[in-house]
Write a protein that binds this ligand. Structure first.
Ligand SMILES: [Zn+2]
Length: 414
């Protein structure tokens, strides 16, 4: 029964959890159908692109602030020595630039703002943006735990909402000169894999967790999670890196508080906003070879300052447009502040943002089961303003689109 599933899966409730790795989801064995083994030698392309000081700073303050990187990486003034896996015959040697002036150009497919020229009236000209609508949506919303309904009102489906939102934002950005691509062009999955093909991966997952017994229902649920979360995100990320090659990825989500039984959901005053960028890998995640490799690839691509700048601009535009208060994390193993003076920005280790090599900002806006937001979602998209709870408000979708668009114009249109 669905309700049992939802109760069991409460730990996966938050939108952000959608992209978090379960321990075995981090596994890197080639038999997993969504991943390939780390290509350590490919990191040699980053030779002399970063100084020892900057490498250590990014590791310690952004990517691995608990310091566990020291178990795998040794930094000297002229080279970093990286142990790819325990007992490896040879450590990878990454040569480091003697000074920031001596750094070679970082090899990457995305352009910095300095590498493009806005046109008059087209502040986003030359910018290639990928929009990633979170979740599958449509008929898949119940399976992926992104569905609730009150009485006979239309159900709230986050994946359907983000897909609509992405199209709205895409139109606005194109009018401002940007090239915009979506990571999916229909509701539902993009990965060709389906749960029934993930039997062995599910067994491997349970073994990785140290579990030796499970019920039929637990097994089925794990197959589904590996499908709609792990396989789907890997597929989208692969498409971003190999085909779309954008200058920026914006992951679009609507946040929520835990709503309990999806057929009798709780409405809770909980409206808020936060924007996540990659970082804050912890020691247990770094024990996974695949995560170590991906973390280093992300770090050496030097997306961090770009991500902070874009996220800062977008959060300020959201704040001005929506007056949403910031969401605050209280557990540093989960997320840490990304910018001391901006309470909306957090470093968090999410699957999508670490796999995609371009700068990625991950927007978690509103709370779908906040009473006011719920009413706004029920109204759908509309022109102008409508009265809700004594307040005239625009369509929630247009407000979201306005905030994202204004933030990008403020950052890139300078
Ligand atoms: Zn979400």
């Amino acid at each position: 029964m669905c309700d049992h599933k939802f109760n069991f899966m409460m730990n996966f409730f938050s939108c952000v959890a959608y992209l978090l790795l379960l321990p075995a989801l981090l596994a890197t064995t080639p038999k997993e159908p969504w991943t390939s083994p780390p290509r350590w030698a490919s990191l040699e392309r980053y030779n002399d692109t970063i100084t020892a000081t900057e490498l250590e700073k990014l590791l310690q303050t952004v990517y691995v602030p608990d310091g566990s990187w020291k178990s795998w990486i040794t930094i000297t003034p002229h080279a970093a020595f990286i142990e790819p896996y325990p007992g490896a015959a040879q450590r990878l040697q990454l040569s480091l630039a003697p000074s920031s002036d001596a750094c070679k150009k970082v090899p990457r497919y995305w352009k910095t703002p300095q590498e493009r020229s806005p046109l008059p009236g087209k502040p986003l000209a030359g910018l290639n943006i990928a929009l990633d609508p979170g979740h599958l949506g449509g008929a898949w919303s119940k399976m992926e735990e992104r569905w609730f309904r009150i009485g006979k009102t239309p159900p709230v489906e986050e994946g359907t909402m983000t897909f609509f939102e992405a199209q709205l934002i895409a139109n606005r950005l194109r009018n401002l000169g940007a090239t915009v691509q979506l990571t999916k062009n229909h509701l539902g999955p993009t990965t060709p894999l389906r749960p029934s093909q993930l039997h062995q991966a599910t067994i491997d997952e349970f073994h990785e967790e140290g579990r030796t017994t499970w019920t039929h229902r637990q097994f089925q649920m794990m197959e589904e999670i590996l499908f709609y979360r792990t396989a789907e995100i890997h597929y989208r990320a692969q498409r971003v890196n190999q085909e779309l090659k954008p200058d920026l990825v914006i992951c679009l989500h609507f946040d929520a508080e835990e709503w309990g039984n999806p057929k009798h959901p709780q409405l809770i005053d909980s409206n808020r906003l936060h924007i996540l960028i990659s970082g804050n890998f912890n020691g247990s995640e770094l024990k996974k070879e695949d995560d170590r490799y991906i973390m280093l690839r992300k770090l050496l691509g030097q997306v961090h300052y770009e991500e902070v700048g874009i996220a800062d601009a977008v959060s300020k535009a959201f704040e001005a447009t929506t007056t949403l208060p910031p969401f605050t994390y209280h557990n540093p193993t989960k997320a840490r502040p990304a910018l001391a003076e901006n309470p909306y920005l957090w470093n968090r280790n999410l699957l999508a943002s670490r796999l995609m090599e371009a700068p990625v900002i991950f927007c978690e806006a509103y709370s779908m089961n906040d009473p006011l937001v719920f009413q706004r979602i029920q109204l759908g998209d509309y022109d102008g303003k409508r009265l809700i709870h004594g307040k005239k408000v625009p369509s929630i979708y247009r407000e979201y689109a306005k905030a994202v668009t204004q933030g990008l114009v403020n950052y890139f249109g300078k």
